[in-house]
Design a protein around this ligand. Structure first.
Ligand code: ZN
Length: 469
């Protein structure tokens, strides 16, 4: 499915990038075809892999591909889970991994300027060494790359306090499909000089341009943390606890993760290496924490917040982490969502959002629908409920990858989500996996405007074609 004059395009690419930066199809390592969590590389045949070393090389490569009408997939750490960065047959894979490193650290502005392929964890550690927090954080921090986080507007564990990746980006540099470089490396929090162009690229999953540099806003680094798991007996009380904790901790609540009883039971009984900090049987378990800078006063405030919640009947029980080891074991429980493949050979995973007040009702209704449609199915509900983000995983016992009814499960869940006016993607993006269901969350007029933008920025449709829209 390659373009007709693919060989002459490859020759021209070699002339501008150098032979070692243009790897032909058969020689591409499998890791460029394999998403985080997937056991096997995808069976696809990209035309070539490009590994540019500079913005200028990215621009030169896109200029050539655009002239030839050659589809290009920009690629970061492949941790997005929506299939958006996986190449398809005949496409050119554009890896940003050689654009790596921190270019500038501006302590007065409280910003860092990074090259696209810098791993998130490397950036976090560099910020921490200077006493700053880079507030983007997610489980794949060691593998994901900063421009990928920006291109997908990644969420993660700290959104309740600091917002999505979008809120941490002050400026960026991006290359358009025709090779023009848009340098918008702003460092100011306030800047209303016309359209804020960076937002065209944040969350557009590589369909409008290729991000090559990013300016991130940094926060003061918290030096201590208080963590607890609470048992809660109704969803109404989960929401009441969220509001109570936010008020009492004066906006310093830094995580509010909810695990339904189904999640807690599966993780504590079937996933090895897990310990239950509270007895089973409660309908909900909430993991919450306070990040601050004064251990003694924060601990007193955190305890009094929990005591009041207990006294007011918002929670029925609580375990406070007494050590860093215990704190890590609480988070290990929540992060066990990455290990479901240990117990389930087949699973459909969802990343949706709904107004916070409706999530409990949605889960109850979904449970009824799933059990009626797939008798004996197993499922877990959990998520960053403080950010309105619900994750659901569904398994049907006895199924194999060949006969797993994944599409029917998606129809069932997304159909219900549409009735609740939720979003089919909370934090992972649309990619290819959720494309079919995008109209469930967006109006025809919104989709038409997205197509207008795509046509204006990439008239030949070479950038990540077939993703999102
Ligand atoms: Zn998540």
């Amino acid at each position: 499915m390659s373009i007709p004059n693919a060989n002459s395009l490859l020759d021209e690419l070699r002339a501008v990038l150098g032979d070692d930066s243009v790897i032909a199809g058969e020689a591409i390592e499998a890791r460029y075809r394999k998403e985080y969590f997937s056991p096997q590389p995808a069976a696809c045949r990209p035309l070539a892999l490009l590994k540019p070393r500079s913005t200028e090389q990215v621009a030169a490569a896109l200029r050539l591909c655009n002239a030839y009408g050659q589809p290009v997939v920009p690629q970061g750490g492949l941790t997005g889970l929506s299939g958006g960065a996986l190449p398809q047959d005949g496409e050119v894979l554009l890896s940003l991994e050689r654009l790596r490193g921190i270019e500038e650290f501006d302590e007065s502005a409280g910003t860092m300027t990074l090259l696209a392929g810098t791993p998130l964890q490397e950036a976090q550690e560099a910020a921490a060494a200077k006493g700053f927090l880079l507030a983007v954080d997610l489980g794949a921090r060691g593998s994901c790359q900063i421009a990928g986080n920006v291109a997908t507007n990644a969420g993660g564990n700290r959104v309740i306090r600091y917002g999505m990746t979008r809120q941490q980006v002050l400026g960026l540099e991006a290359v358009l499909a025709d090779g023009s470089v848009i340098s918008s490396l702003n460092k100011m929090l306030k800047n209303n000089a016309g359209y804020d162009l960076k937002h065209l690229f944040i969350g557009s999953e590589g369909t409008l341009g290729v991000i090559t540099r990013v300016v991130l806003r940094l926060e003061p680094l918290p030096t201590c943390v208080q963590t607890a798991i609470c048992a809660v007996d109704s969803y109404e009380n989960v929401v009441a606890l969220l509001r109570h904790a936010q008020r009492r901790l004066s906006g310093r609540l830094s995580a509010f993760e909810v695990m339904w009883a189904d999640f807690y039971a599966l993780v504590t009984t079937r996933i090895p290496g897990q310990r239950a900090p509270l007895p089973p049987g409660s309908p909900f378990y909430v993991l919450l924490d306070l990040q601050g800078a004064d251990a003694a006063s924060d601990a007193a405030l955190f305890e009094s917040m929990l005591e009041q919640a207990l006294g007011d009947g918002l929670i029925s029980d609580a375990a406070v982490a007494a050590s860093e080891k215990e704190m890590r074991s609480f988070w290990h429980l929540r992060d066990a969502s990455g290990e479901f493949s240990v117990v389930w050979p087949t699973v459909a995973s969802f990343d949706v959002s709904l107004p916070i007040g409706r999530i409990g009702h949605f889960v109850d209704t979904l449970r009824g629908r799933l059990e009626a449609r797939f008798p004996g199915c197993e499922y877990v509900n959990f998520g960053h409920i403080g950010d309105s983000n619900l994750h659901v995983c569904v398994h049907v016992p006895g199924t194999t990858p060949e006969n797993f009814p994944e599409h029917d499960i998606k129809d069932c869940l997304y159909g219900l989500l549409r009735d609740y006016q939720g979003s089919v993607s909370a934090e992972h993006g649309v990619g290819v996996h959720k494309k079919e269901y995008l109209p469930y969350s967006r109006t025809p007029e919104e989709l038409a405007l997205m197509r207008t933008l795509k046509g204006a920025l990439d008239p030949k449709g070479i950038l990540n074609p077939g993703r999102i829209l």
